[in-house]
Design a binder for this molecule. Sequence first.
Ligand SMILES: O=C(O)CCC(=O)C(=O)O
Ligand SMILES: [Fe+2]
Length: 219
Amino acid sequence: MIALALDLPLNQFTSQHDPLVENFDNFELMHYPPITPSSEDTTKFRISPHTDWGTLTLLFQQSIGGLQVRPPHYTSPELDLDDEIWTSAPVFNDMVLVNIGDMLEFWTAGALKSTWHRVVPTALHGCVDRYTFAYFLHPNKNAVLVPIEAMKRDGWVPRFAGIGRTAEEHIHARITGVHGRREEADKGEVGKGVQSVVVKEVVVQPVCKEWADSGRCEI
Ligand SMILES: O=C(O)CCC(=O)C(=O)O
Ligand SMILES: [Fe+2]
């Protein structure tokens, strides 16, 4: 459908996602324990701003909320994540939320943007466990990350230094960005996993008396 929408050959992307070729697809179950009133985490991101590394991410969420997205108007690798207006993503228990990842941004020369997103604490995070299922769809690990000929355009500034790298090289670069030494990482790659940034405007409010007393409450 994405190929169709972009007027590209219908196998443009499916050919890069061959089930017989090794890839980095993974399926994660994430658990965010309730935040207790005394917890320092009440002022921090639950997941700091990042983009996903693959082609698409399918998110199966509960109605707890907390996921926010950044409007996709950036053009420069010099991102200022602090001055942005973030929009809360709607949560529908019976729907799948689809995020565009880095690979599609590479291939479409930024016409499709890898969605910046983060998870912030909301009042409900003080009361209940938050669970998310995420399916991270990745291309063949030897897929090459260059803009598709028909999508090339002047003026596109790639966020990553790695135009022409393979999907596997991109994943390794991003892992280094998150877990490795910062000076070895591309600028755009520092993000997910960096838990030390404080969100000053977000305060978790107790939504029920029990929570204020015990740190847990019944919904
Ligand atoms: O838990 C969520 O809602 C988002 C998780 C996420 O962005 C990720 O794991 O990449
Ligand atoms: Fe993500």
